[in-house]
Each structure stands twice: as structure tokens, then as C-alpha cells.
Design a protein around this ligand. Structure first.
Ligand code: HXC
Length: 255
């Protein structure tokens, strides 16, 4: 990954932080984005440890196209190019479908579905104009194709992101050699998603019981898979979604 330029949206916490750390440790130049500058700065201290010239912080909201355009401009200005985009920024909360407000629905759809499109299209246009065969990695969830009871907004948005992954993989793969893939993580420790699932003891127990391997995944495991998908070793992988969930989504009838 040496000298590869990688944007990780939502890179100041959770899986985004660990992916940025792994890419950085392997010599990449990293731009991390987030809505809170203080959190971005904290992430930089943790990741860069004195090698700050390989790290860029971009305070922005993926829901705002003008912020996304600035993200691309600032990254190119700082590092000269962009090689990969990781659409990791997400928003989610647990709510019964019948109680979800229109604003709650819109908020998650705007972050996950619209934000992923704005970032992909803006970076994609830059690649097409500059003849760069970049690659995009999207973060989905197994409920993109399965049921997401309690998170209908996130499930609907992630299903859209999965369709976007496959559509762009074909459209841009054929014309420009741009690869687009996705990871579907299960419950991963030290992330906002796991915190939400572990709010009650009962939900925590149910989650652990649902995973055949009997444990949560780690953000380091997600980062290792992400590293592989972006690397030359996965140069023939396009339009794929790789599940990393300990077998959870297959576990329909736990015995
Ligand atoms: C019901 C809620 C709610 C909750 C927010 N809302 N939280 N409704 N239960 N827990 C409603 C609000 O009442 C409001 O509607 C609307 O959603 C927008 O809320 P805001 O706080 O104004 O939105 P905003 O500041 O844009 O924040 C977006 C957010 C927030 C998604 C609501 O949680 C966020 O920024 N999250 C980012 C981090 C995150 O969620 N990470 C986890 C990703 S995990 P009204 O009608 O009142 O105006 C993941 C997979 C995990 O994606 C899977 C397991 C759960």
C-alpha cells in the first residue's frame, strides 16, 4: 500500500479508524473524514504518531455534495492523486418501523445511501477525467439482502449501496477499469454498531448466541480484509460482497 492515496469516510472511529490505521501502517497516505474535528484530531494522534505528512483530516458531512467536492479537491491538493475510496461513514439507530419518524428515516438514508453515492460519483468523475483505475470499497451489512428487523432505514439504505456496488462495478469496470466491492461485517467489537447492539444485556446475549463462532469480530479483522480487497492481490475482484460475520447470517435455526 506504500504511497497509495486512500480516503476513508467516517475514519475517526470504529471500523473506519482501524482501516485507516492498517493502511497507514503499510505506508499509504490517508485522508479521513468526519463531522467532528476534535475526533478527527484524536484519530490522527493515534494513527500517525509523528508521521503527520501522510495524513489529512477533512471535516465534512457526506450528506452535503459541496463538502464531498471539497473532500476530493483537498485530497488531490495534499497528496497529488486519489487511488481508493472507502465509503465507511454510516448512521444507524434501533427503532421499530412503525415508530420511525420521517426525519429519522431521511437522516439514515441521506448518510448511508445518498452519502455513498455523492462520494462515489465525485471521486469516480475525478478518476475518469484523469484516467486512473481506482477502486471503491463500500461497507454494507448482511441485512442488505436479509431482513433488518429494527433497522429498516439502515437495511433499505445498505440494500441500495449493495445495488450501487454491483451497478458501478459493471458500468465503470467495463469502461474505465474501476473496481467496486463491498464488505458485509457482522457484529464487530469496538464499533458504534456493537455499542448499540450491546445496550441491553438481553440483546448482547442474543447477538453472541446468533454467531456460530461465538464471539464478535474484531475491527482488525475487517481492516485486514479491506486491505486485501484494495490490494493488487484482489485485482480481479469486482462487484463482490465479502461477508465477515462468523457465519451469523446463515444461522437460521440455532440448535
Ligand atoms: C428514534 C431517533 C433516534 C433513536 C435519532 N432519531 N436517534 N429516533 N430512536 N435512537 C431521530 C431523531 O429523533 C430525528 O427525528 C432524526 O432521527 C434525526 O436525528 P438527528 O439527531 O437530528 O440526526 P443527525 O444529527 O443527522 O444524526 C444522524 C443519526 C446519528 C444517524 C441519527 O445517530 C448519527 O449521526 N450516527 C452516526 C454514527 C452511527 O450511528 N454509527 C453506527 C453505524 S452502525 P425527529 O423526527 O425527532 O426530528 C451501522 C450498523 C450497525 O451502520 C447495525 C446494528 C444496529
Amino acid at each position: 500500500m506504500k504511497d497509495q492515496v486512500i480516503i476513508v469516510t467516517g475514519g475517526s472511529s470504529g471500523m473506519g479508524l482501524y482501516m485507516a490505521q492498517r493502511f497507514f501502517d503499510e505506508g499509504a497516505k490517508i485522508a479521513i473524514t468526519g463531522r467532528n474535528l476534535e475526533r478527527l484530531q484524536k484519530a490522527k494522534d493515534q494513527i500517525a504518531k509523528g508521521n503527520e505528512e501522510r495524513m489529512l483530516l477533512i471535516e465534512m458531512d457526506v450528506r452535503k455534495i459541496e463538502d464531498v467536492e471539497r473532500m476530493v479537491d483537498e485530497t488531490v491538493e495534499a497528496f497529488g492523486r486519489i487511488d481508493h475510496l472507502v465509503n465507511n461513514a454510516a448512521g444507524n439507530f434501533i427503532s421499530p418501523a412503525e415508530k420511525l419518524s420521517a426525519n429519522g428515516w431521511n437522516s439514515v438514508i441521506n448518510i448511508v445511501l445518498n452519502g455513498t453515492f455523492y462520494c462515489s460519483q465525485t471521486v469516480g468523475k475525478y478518476w475518469i477525467e484523469n484516467n486512473i483505475k481506482g477502486s471503491i470499497l463500500n461497507m454494507v451489512a448482511t441485512y442488505a439482502w436479509n431482513a433488518g428487523a429494527g433497522v429498516i432505514h439502515s437495511a433499505s439504505a445498505k440494500a441500495g449501496v449493495l445495488a450501487m456496488t454491483r451497478t458501478l462495478a459493471v458500468e465503470w469496470g467495463a469502461k474505465y477499469g474501476i473496481r467496486v466491492n463491498a464488505i458485509a461485517p457482522g457484529p464487530i467489537e469496538r464499533t458504534g454498531g456493537a455499542d448499540k447492539l450491546f445496550e441491553s444485556e438481553q440483546a448482547a446475549k442474543r447477538t453472541l448466541q446468533s454467531v456460530p463462532l461465538g464471539r464478535l469480530g474484531t475491527p482488525e479483522e475487517i481492516a485486514g480484509l479491506a486491505r486485501f480487497i484494495l490490494s493488487e492481490e484482489a485485482a480481479y475482484m469486482n462487484g463482490e460482497v465479502v461477508t465477515l460475520d462468523g457465519g451469523q447470517w446463515l444461522n437460521q435455526f440455532p440448535f
